[in-house]
Design a protein around this ligand. Structure first.
Ligand code: ZN
Length: 71
């Protein structure tokens, strides 16, 4: 009998804690994006410094699809 290991997801911490960031009015929004899933042009975005540099995380306000972009 062995304990099951938890898979470490790549999801940043703030997206794990805040399950519905699109409902948070304090987060910045942008209309300069295009959701790859539903083609909506507004998303909540968050930025974080990662090993790859500055990473932008988008969360579509329409379908809540999440994606990231490296700048
Ligand atoms: Zn969408």
């Amino acid at each position: 009998m062995h304990s099951s290991r938890t898979n470490k997801a790549c999801t940043p911490l703030f997206l794990q804690v805040v399950s519905d960031v699109t409902a948070d009015p304090t987060l910045p929004r942008t209309k300069d994006v295009r959701c790859p899933q539903c083609n909506h042009n507004e998303a909540v975005f968050l930025s974080a410094n990662t090993e790859q540099g500055m990473t932008l995380y988008f969360n579509c306000v329409n379908c809540r699809h999440k994606w990231r972009d490296y700048v």
